[in-house]
Design a binder for this molecule. Structure first.
Ligand SMILES: Nc1nc2c(c(=O)[nH]1)N[C@H]1C(S)=C(S)[C@@H](COP(=O)(O)O)O[C@H]1N2
Ligand SMILES: [Mo]
Length: 541
């Protein structure tokens, strides 16, 4: 009797195992194929994309918009585990309802194919073939394993020797298939490390720039990559040079290096694009739609501009902001050439991975920097920042403007045409709000004496006029400002503090060149950007 119960439980476990192993093999096949060819994405990624897409905007809009790299890995891992567990469930189900087990397995494959087909980089043919093959492999494995099991059951109580032999045979199979699935996934991961695009990128030489930023000196970190002129910057009282500012330990450098620049996007796998296979289409409400290749873009006249880019999801004091030197072609030239017609109101920009962002067409003609950028801090755009080309529009949050891996600029009307984040609860018009951040001191305990309080502030497009700090809600005290080359980029600020022992709450606020003072209202990032004063607590000992 005990023996009977025991083997029943074992059988359940084995049925579940058969389902899990079969699902794992099908998934692993999908991973392997997706890494061999760029014609399709993987089944797991496709399901991940579906989840990111359908997540209701107002529930988790912030967490999805700012989905970090580690969260992406967690998401994909959870999907993989759940899919394998579902396979286990189908295994159990097939014990009493084999037809249902197999049908659901196939349906699972159909669902996978449907999600694959949604992926903008996967053609319908590729989606159908991959999902059909993966399902076939999964179902066949499931069938074979079930057969081995059923054989072991039929002889179960007659001859223990047989039983064990069959059980061992089943476990050997299950182990073998698991190892095969693991190996397929592993090989896939290795193949994915393909650095063709990275190599192409590294060998690109960006052309020289005709129009330059105003001269700047002093910042050793950026002298190579940014436009260094011949005159020295104006010696305004109260303005600290770049080198003086950058000497303050812990302050954000005036130029954020490519490796330190924040990254935000919905891409679960970074699009890798060979410039030779790529072009940019400008069409829609225009008299002269046209296409541009990467080569053609490199032959145009380039400009180089410092622009601060920030994410609407950045919390007060948060890290999702950076200032870089962008090289590229003014959008005003590119769009004028397409001859927009009279009801042209919006640039709807599409990326190769299906992301979209739209902003008013007047923003490219109102004098601000609005670029099709191919260079970042003197180098071709890093792959994660949109190689081969992206948009950078001063004064607008990234989600309405800064499309990476761009492939199309569609000129359209304002009404009825919405970018990716708009139906998900974010504002359609999204100018960057005035903000300031305390970078220094980083420690919560500092020693008495002279200390620096320092950070960055931004207020596109007018620029930062002044920054003040306040101790324990006391009077606002004016800070020293660093040099800022235009209102489009941030300004470093610093305050020399002769600290005496005690506990301090330190707050910062900025004022822009239109005399707009940063407000103390606390506002969360959704729907159009955070507000409030950044604040730190320090103890002076
Ligand atoms: N293709 C694509 N471009 C995109 C996004 C995206 O999800 N996909 N996110 C936008 C958002 S929300 C921001 S804040 C900026 C961030 O650019 P970065 O990663 O280079 O800092 O890219 C924008 N461009
Ligand atoms: Mo963003």
């Amino acid at each position: 009797m005990i023996n009977n119960l025991d083997s029943k439980r074992t059988l359940h476990f084995q049925k579940a195992l058969a389902g899990m192993v079969s699902a794992a093999l099908a998934i692993a096949f999908g991973e392997l194929v997706a890494s061999i060819t760029s014609k399709t994405t993987s089944l797991i990624l496709a399901v991940g994309e579906l989840i990111v897409d359908i997540t209701p905007g107002d529930v988790v809009r912030t967490s999805i918009e700012t989905l970090g790299n580690s969260q992406k890995v967690v998401l994909l891992t959870v999907i993989t585990i759940l899919s394998i567990l579902f396979g286990g469930f189908l295994g159990l189900l097939s014990r009493n309802h084999p037809d249902m087990g197999y049908s659901l397995f196939i349906l699972f494959g159909v669902f996978g194919g449907w999600t694959l087909n949604r992926d903008p980089l996967t053609s319908t043919v590729a989606a159908l073939s991959l999902s059909a093959l993966a399902t076939l492999i999964g179902v066949t494995t499931f069938f074979l394993l079930n057969n081995v099991l059923d054989r072991s059951v039929s002889v179960d109580f007659e001859d223990p020797k047989h039983r064990y032999a069959n059980r061992r045979q089943f476990l050997n199979w299950a182990t073998g298939i698991s190892v095969a699935a693991g190996a397929m996934t592993g090989v896939g991961r290795l193949l994915l490390k393909d650095d063709t695009v990275q190599n192409i990128r590294e060998n690109i030489v960006l052309p020289d720039v005709k129009e330059k930023n105003k001269p700047r000196t002093g910042n050793g970190k950026t002298s190579e990559s940014s436009s260094v002129g011949t005159t020295t910057p104006p010696e305004e009282p109260g303005l600290l040079s770049f080198s003086e500012m950058n000497e303050i330990e812990g302050i954000s450098p005036y130029i954020t290096s490519n490796k330190d620049f924040y990254r935000i996007d919905t891409a679960l796998r970074v699009p890798t694009i060979e410039p030779a296979d790529w072009n940019l289409t400008i069409d829609g409400l225009v008299a002269n739609p046209y296409e541009l290749s990467y080569e053609e873009i490199l032959e145009m006249d380039f400009v180089k501009k410092d622009v601060t880019l920030t994410c609407v999801s950045n919390e007060v004091g948060g890290p999702l902001v950076g200032n870089a030197v962008w090289t590229g072609v003014p959008l005003s030239e590119l769009i004028s050439k397409s001859e927009p017609v009279s009801n042209a109101e919006q640039l709807m920009c599409h990326s190769v991975d299906g992301f979209t962002a739209g902003f008013p067409i007047e923003n490219i003609f109102d004098g601000r920097t609005a670029l099709l950028a191919v260079g970042m801090n003197g180098a071709p755009l890093p792959v994660i920042h949109g190689f081969p080309a992206r948009l950078v529009v001063a004064g607008l949050y990234g989600y309405v403007s800064a499309v990476k891996w761009i492939k199309r600029i569609e000129i359209c009307e304002w009404e009825g045409n919405n970018g990716y984040w708009i139906p998900r609860g974010w504002s359609k018009k999204a100018p960057i709000k005035i903000a300031s951040r305390i970078d220094v001191p980083r420690e919560r305990r500092i020693s008495a004496g002279i200390n620096a309080i320092a950070g960055v502030a931004w207020a596109p497009l007018s620029g930062v006029k002044s920054v003040e700090v306040s101790f324990n809600s006391g009077p606002w005290q004016e800070c020293n400002l660093g040099i800022s080359l235009s209102g489009e980029s941030w300004t470093q600020w610093a305050h020399k503090w002769d600290a005496i022992p005690g506990k301090y709450e330190i707050r910062v606020r900025a004022t822009d060149n239109n005399d707009v003072v940063q407000s103390s209202n606390v506002v969360s990032p959704a729907p159009n950007g955070a507000e409030g004063f950044d604040q730190i607590s320090v103890r002076v000992v």
